[in-house]
Design a protein. Structure first.
Length: 58
């Protein structure tokens, strides 16, 4: 799964798939990135998607 982080003007951040499905909204980009990294590390044995596929949109 490829995801991106959308940072809002109020500094909150939404983790979403590339097709626009919102997964969750966080207090900041760092929190969203940490959740994505944790999820990916738990599921890395089932997925071959590298961490570099996470893109950040500001």
């Amino acid at each position: 799964m490829q995801c991106l982080i959308k940072e809002w003007p109020n500094k909150m951040a939404t983790l979403m798939t590339t097709d626009g499905t919102v997964l969750w909204t966080f207090n900041n980009v760092e929190e969203a990135r940490k959740v994505w990294q944790d999820w990916h590390s738990l599921n890395s044995k089932q997925s071959s998607i590298p961490m570099g596929d996470l893109s950040e949109s500001v």
